[in-house]
Write a protein that binds this ligand. Structure first.
Ligand code: DX5
Ligand code: ZN
Length: 216
């Protein structure tokens, strides 16, 4: 399987959201990554259901919705109704993670787990078989435009071992600080999906940057 590219809409110009989505529709992007932040789980607030619904109305590609919120189990049906195809919750935000993942799947969405930089891959030993996507945070979540943490490579190796050992179906996504300089190494180490915000939207030609990331 060739690697997947999921541009993060967080770095788009929100005054021109429609044109950003039209660009993504026509681009080599496989999915659109949508960051939801509540100002509690992370020290930043992004946007909620109205914007997600607006994105869904225009997008021709699946939406990976990354919840950086506490108590995500309270909003699963609302995220389904707002257009999420994959719903990704943080392991650090879910005391009853197994239950939350079942609820996501019961709503007909794909389930994903995101893990913060300090959370060990071991924490997934008993749950890896339940998910379609493991999103390894390569920055501390909350903001776009940060630098990738080098320990991420080691975590990709360990995640790959865990997935292979369990014959699990989860793909490995990397989120934060991904750019054309580190993408090749991330893929070679075992990443299946690259999320990228600022390296795409701050480039002079976002569609070309997506094509370049996809062609690596
Ligand atoms: C970080 C978000 C990321 C972010 C990535 O909290 O989860 O998805 O948008 O942006 P870049 O690629 O700029 O690090
Ligand atoms: Zn994200």
């Amino acid at each position: 399987m060739s690697h997947l590219i999921a541009p993060s809409i967080l770095s788009a110009d929100f005054a021109h959201l429609a044109s950003a989505i039209e660009m993504l529709n026509k681009s080599a992007a496989d999915r659109i990554h949508v960051d939801i932040m509540d100002g509690v789980f992370v020290p930043n607030i992004s946007f909620g259901f109205p914007i997600l619904k607006a994105i869904k109305k225009l997008a021709s590609k699946p939406l990976d919705v990354h919840l950086m919120i506490i108590q995500p189990e309270r909003y699963i049906t609302q995220f389904k109704d707002a257009g999420a195809d994959t719903l990704i919750v943080h392991i650090e935000a879910c005391p009853h993670l197994h239950n939350t993942l079942q609820a996501i799947k019961q709503e007909g969405m794909r389930a994903g787990i995101a893990i913060n930089p300090h959370t060990a891959i071991h924490a997934l030993d008993a749950i890896i078989e339940e998910i379609e996507q493991l999103l390894i945070m390569s920055v501390n979540p909350g903001f776009g435009g940060q630098e990738l943490i080098a320990h991420t490579y080691r975590k990709i190796e360990l995640a790959r071992q865990l997935i292979d050992k369990n014959k699990a179906k989860a793909i490995i996504g990397i989120d934060g600080g991904v750019d054309l300089n580190n993408a090749t190494k991330l893929i070679a180490t075992g990443a299946d999906l690259l999320v990228s915000g600022s390296s795409i939207f701050k480039s002079t030609n976002p569609a070309r940057t997506i094509a370049q990331l996809k062609a690596l």
